[in-house]
Design a protein around this ligand. Structure first.
Ligand code: DX5
Ligand code: ZN
Length: 218
């Protein structure tokens, strides 16, 4: 059976105490720490950038899974790598030269991810699979936490088949509207990394561990 990884999205945590939140989510059993970077241009919201990620870095050894919702991404890749990202994911639509930016990420020694918006067809993966370590299927339109899940099970299954065809160990991540119920659906479709913001954080620190285990066992 596939090992399911849970990637809590810090977008829903208490930004006034990132150190405490990171330590709590680490202790609760997170596999990846999902960091949503938004620029107010590619998506209609602004979050944080490399200095904040750098400040977060000493507080956990967990994998920093950096989801860039910025356009352009190319000028900032090195800064995110230096700040402590382990995986850097760009959107297929967010840069004119996706292949080159993926090469740029690999050149920093970090893992490279490609994100597909709900309306983005999976054939954008055709000529870049050899460069990617993670494919992110968005199940909401990017920009905000707390939105409703968009059912894209067939699309997730399509990406799963493409990953299987490579014979490589590529993460299939799903992000947006993940709850116990939708976790079950996306796992069945083939996802192995579940991002969850609202669901994990909304009831407070005391429940982080229960929420993570619940998503894992669905
Ligand atoms: C949305 C972000 C997500 C977001 C998910 O643009 O990419 O990572 O935090 O939040 P929930 O789990 O609340 O849908
Ligand atoms: Zn995200």
């Amino acid at each position: 059976m596939t090992h399911i990884k849970i990637a809590p999205s810090m977008l829903s945590c208490d930004f006034s105490n990132l150190e405490k939140e990171l330590k709590a989510i680490d202790a609760a059993g997170a596999d990846y720490i999902h960091l949503d970077v938004m620029d107010g241009h590619y998506v209609p919201n602004i979050t944080f950038g490399p200095p904040v990620i750098k400040a977060m870095r000493p507080h956990t050894d967990k994998i920093f899974d950096v989801h860039l919702m910025i356009n352009p991404a190319a000028p900032y890749i090195e800064a995110f790598a230096e700040a402590g990202a382990d995986i850097i994911t760009i959107h297929a639509e967010a840069d004119d030269h996706t292949h080159r930016v993926l090469q740029q990420i690999k050149a920093t020694g970090k893992k490279a991810g490609i994100a597909l918006n709900p309306a983005t067809p999976t054939d954008v993966l055709d000529h870049i699979m050899d460069l990617v370590d993670l494919v992110l299927v968005m199940t909401v339109n990017p920009g905000f936490g707390g939105q409703s899940y968009i059912a894209l099970d067939n699309k997730i299954a399509d990406v799963c088949a493409r990953i299987d065809a490579t014979g490589r160990d590529i993460d299939l991540q799903v992000d947006g509207g993940i709850t116990d119920e939708t976790a079950r659906m996306v796992k069945q479709a083939g996802a192995n990394v579940l991002v969850a913001g609202t669901y994990v954080f909304k009831d407070g620190t005391k429940y982080y561990s229960d929420k993570i285990s619940s998503l894992r066992k669905q």
